[in-house]
Design a protein around this ligand. Structure first.
Ligand code: SAH
Length: 249
């Protein structure tokens, strides 16, 4: 009989943003299969003898192809009772957890999903940016920034981004300039507010605030993981900034 696989959200970085359920499974796991995590300290919670398998996902790009990762998870499930498949943030928000669950379903392996606190909401929150705010933004979108904006067959509905809803781009740092230009091209003002947040919720958090016009220049060289927030909510940072790990004074 195969064991059970837990598709587990590790949260955005701050260890305390782990759910109680995720912490329990990490402590119980016989093996933990993980990607690059914003906080590797989480692995220190594992029991003695727990094995760690790194399947190296960087910035949304798997160094190991997804079908091989599926195989790794399946093979570990054949040999262990408790398999923790640990993913940054939430496993179903650009985490490919759905594909892994579907593969396990096909193979008849039992699995459970443990949602995590996604970086899409929590990282802006740690930068003092609420993704919605009465009178400022009535909705927010979470969009992949991995796709090159001018790609012919873009799957991203750029024309829908004309509204004032908040847009959070994940995996987009390397496309920041192209994303900003594209948003200006569809009609957003060049001085529309943008924030880029690097290593959010950790002591290394850095926040750069600018406009569509200047953000690429201002955020140059920021380390990953980083996400982009586009919207008037960015301005609320002036009043809501509460987490300043790098403040020297
Ligand atoms: N499943 C994850 C997202 C996976 S895609 C989640 O729910 O959070 C990976 C992208 O998430 C990164 O490219 C980056 O855009 C974002 N990200 C994850 N952790 C982050 C952090 N601590 N700070 C800033 N961005 C982060």
């Amino acid at each position: 009989m195969a064991g059970k696989v837990y598709l587990t959200g590790a949260g955005p970085g701050d260890v305390e943003l782990l759910t109680l359920k995720a912490a329990r499974i990490i402590k119980d796991a016989d093996v933990i299969i993980y990607d690059r995590l914003a906080n590797p300290e989480i692995l220190e919670m594992a029991k003695d003898g727990c094995r760690f398998v790194y399947v190296g996902k960087e910035d949304g790009r798997h160094t190991l192809p997804q079908d091989q990762i599926n195989e790794v998870i399946y093979n570990e499930a054949l040999q262990n009772d408790v398999v923790c498949r640990l993913k940054g943030g939430d496993p179903f928000v650009f985490g490919r957890g759905g594909e892994e669950g579907a593969y396990l379903h096909e193979k008849g392996v039992e699995f459970e999903v443990i949602p995590g606190i996604t970086s899409a909401i929590s990282v802006p929150a740690y930068a003092g940016i609420p993704v919605t705010h009465r009178g400022v933004a009535v909705s927010f979108r979470v969009v992949t920034g991995h796709e090159t904006p001018n790609k012919e067959a873009s799957q991203i509905p750029w024309q829908n981004f004309k509204t004032d809803d908040t847009i959070v781009f994940l995996m987009g740092l390397h496309n920041l300039g192209r994303i900003a230009s594209k948003l200006i091209e569809i009609g957003k003002p060049a001085d529309f507010p943008v924030a880029v947040i690097s290593k959010g919720t950790t002591p290394q958090q850095q926040v750069v605030v600018g406009t569509l016009e200047n953000i690429a220049k201002k955020a140059k060289g920021l380390p990953t993981p980083a996400l982009i927030v586009v919207g008037k909510v960015v301005k609320l940072q002036d009043q809501l900034q509460w987490f300043n790990p790098n403040k020297s004074e």
